[in-house]
Write a protein that binds this ligand. Structure first.
Ligand code: MN
Length: 133
């Protein structure tokens, strides 16, 4: 069974790009344009991985992460931050908040799927060309 990945991102072109890259690889993509919608989708669908933008109106990525971690049914889902932050210290803050990892924007299409795949349970990964799976 292929991985189901929830993407929470308020910038529609970025959301479309991530969805395209995931689906083209063979993963199932669930998408939400704000944190509350994303949390509702996570509750309904129990995805294998959440990819979450940090800077969003309403709930930001840190708040989304906190609410996922506070929900016993969702607390163990890995959550990867995607953000344009480039200041020194942001990566540390993101990891200390409890995100499994951090993918910087701009997204590099050739690298993105491999970055995401590394955070999936091994049995849900798709073997990528040029890698050992
Ligand atoms: Mn954003």
């Amino acid at each position: 069974m292929t991985a189901r990945v929830l993407v929470i991102e308020d910038h529609p072109p970025s959301l479309d790009l991530v969805r395209y890259l995931l689906v083209a690889t063979g993963y199932e993509a669930l998408v939400a344009e704000d944190g509350l919608s994303g949390l509702a989708l996570a509750e309904a669908e129990s995805p294998d991985l959440v990819i979450c933008d940090i800077q969003m109106p309403g709930l930001d990525g840190y708040q989304v992460l906190a609410r996922l971690r506070a929900n016993p049914r969702l607390a163990s889902i890995p959550v990867v931050a995607v953000t344009a932050f480039s200041m020194v210290g942001d990566r540390r803050r993101i990891l200390e908040a409890g995100f499994e990892g951090y993918i910087p924007k701009p997204i590099i299409p050739e690298a993105f799927v491999a970055q995401v795949t590394a955070y999936l349970p091994p049995e849900r990964r798709i073997a990528l060309p040029g890698t050992n799976g």
